[in-house]
Ligand binder design. Structure first.
Ligand code: FES
Ligand code: FES
Length: 178
């Protein structure tokens, strides 16, 4: 069947089998290999992309069911100039990535979390708690970080965004490398 998607702001038209998965179209069809496949069964979250703004596991989405939608992958997150988003910078500063395999899916899933935490409706509430961040992360498995540094990164990103400031570099303390 002939289908179309908008991927990272670019219109894409192609022919696909009815049983093709979105992750297959992104990686194999469009060469967007930043989206990873860790399990292929909807458990690990390494394949998360944004579909019309919502974070979804692209190994659980048929390409045909996404036809006509806007898809954002990790390749579409950074600015045209290649600058990291506040969330990416905060994760970098907090060492929220090690081997990096889970990171694209984390960034895509947590991007929705950070945006949601900063909506007008949430403007008056407290910054997201560690428990809220960890609950959001239950769909994203990481074998390296133990999640502590990821949580700190999200907290740093949310704090900076709520203050409408860029993510600040860590403050060096005596005798401590940052
Ligand atoms: S590859 Fe999709 S959830 Fe693991
Ligand atoms: S950084 Fe290695 S799996 Fe998360």
């Amino acid at each position: 069947m002939d289908l179309s998607l908008n991927v990272n702001g670019r219109p894409e038209q192609f022919s696909a089998q009815p049983n093709e998965l979105l992750v297959e179209r992104l990686r194999d069809g469009l060469g967007l290999t930043g989206t990873k496949v860790g399990c292929d069964t909807g458990q690990c979250g390494s394949c998360v992309v944004r579909l019309d703004g919502r974070s979804v596991k692209s190994c659980l989405v048929l390409t045909a069911s996404a036809a006509g939608s806007q898809v954002t992958t990790i390749e579409g997150v950074t600015t045209p100039g290649g600058e990291l988003t506040g969330l990416q910078e905060a994760l970098r500063q907090e060492h929220g990535t090690q081997c990096g395999f889970c990171t694209p899916g984390m960034v895509m899933a947590l991007g929705e979390f950070v945006e949601t935490a900063l909506t007008d409706d949430a403007a008056d509430r407290e910054a997201p708690t560690e428990a809220e961040i960890r609950e959001w992360l239950t769909g994203n498995l990481c074998r390296c970080t133990g999640y502590h540094s990821v949580v700190r990164g999200v907290q740093r990103a949310c704090s900076a965004a709520r203050a409408e400031e860029p993510v600040a570099a860590p403050v060096a303390t005596s005798g401590q490398e940052v």
